[in-house]
Design a protein around this ligand. Structure first.
Ligand code: ATP
Length: 275
């Protein structure tokens, strides 16, 4: 279900701008640049904003340096963030100094040190380390509801009351499981299944194949949101790019479920906004 009452106006505009600058960076004369570093299970994304918090550049790379929200390949993570930083610096003709990063819900005490060291090891001065749902909500601007972030390895659930995150959870089911289901059903390798899944042309055909795993994600969501009498669900994360996922989640959870036009870049942009 797409929200039509302007609820995603800011989000959609920001993401649209970001998609443009990923392809063609804007050479601005900004006095300062803010970078958001999103270290995910499937992707590492860097989003760069100017002094007015407008997107000027961005880059992302498929990587498997994080698993279940934890950095499992420290050297690889530093290398990729450094390479993306250098690529963007070359394009913008300036050094990127400040960065913020985020962690999945519930992993703060476990992994915040590592993420900080990755960002610093890549040459950034770290200004903020926040939780992913708070980052996402800087873009979504939700007052009450649940933000459900279906990423590569995990599904993060955050309950927002009066604009503040009051409850978080992270469960180990995400897009990787979707790809495994496709690999099994179509006798493909995992990499082929990933590619097949990411092609929007295949979504209609894939939805029935993926229904059981989406229903599983829905039951996880229900388990967390029911106690809090959540009235609406807002979807972010790359897996929510899957066309029609919102309808299955809405049906299973019996809650109105909304997603912005491109749910994948919401969190990285929110991280940059909090830099
Ligand atoms: P996590 O949040 O679990 O640490 P992450 O931050 O890497 O992982 P995202 O970047 O939000 O997660 O999403 C990655 C997932 O989104 C991958 O499983 C990827 O296959 C999936 N994905 C990306 N684009 C699409 C698309 N167009 N259609 C379906 N799935 C997609």
């Amino acid at each position: 279900m797409e929200k039509t009452n302007g609820a995603f106006q800011y989000c959609d505009q920001l993401v649209r701008e970001f998609e443009k600058v990923v392809k063609k960076p804007i050479l601005s004369k900004s006095s300062v640049y803010y970078t958001g570093v999103d270290l995910g299970t499937a992707y590492i994304v860097l989003a760069v904003l100017d002094e007015n918090y407008q997107p000027v550049a961005g880059a992302y790379r498929y990587a498997s340096v994080v698993r279940d929200g934890m950095v499992v390949d420290y050297i690889g993570a530093v290398r990729i963030v450094k390479e993306l930083k250098q690529e963007l610096e070359q394009k913008l003709g300036t050094e990127l100094i400040y960065a913020a990063a985020a962690l999945p819900p519930g992993t703060f005490s476990l992994d915040s040190g590592t993420i900080k060291h990755v960002v610093q090891g890549a040459g950034f001065e770290i200004t903020n380390l926040l939780d992913e749902p708070t980052a996402a909500n800087a873009v979504l601007k939700i007052k009450d509801g649940a933000i459900v972030d279906i990423g590569g390895g995990t599904t993060g659930i955050a309950i927002v009351k009066e604009g503040k995150v009051v409850y978080v959870a992270d469960e180990a089911t995400g897009g990787t499981h979707f790809s495994l289901v496709i690999a099994g059903a179509y006798k493909m390798s995992f990499e082929e299944a990933e590619q097949y899944k990411r092609d929007f042309k295949n979504h209609r055909e894939l939805l029935p194949v993926l229904s059981p795993v989406i229903e599983k994600v829905s039951s996880i969501i229900s388990r967390h949101v029911n106690e809090y009498r959540v009235k609406e669900i807002y979807l972010v994360g790359g897996t929510c790019c899957l066309s029609g996922i919102e309808d299955i989640i809405a049906k299973q959870t019996k809650l109105p479920t909304y997603k912005p036009q491109n749910p994948m870049f919401v969190t990285p942009l929110g991280i940059a906004l909090n830099c």
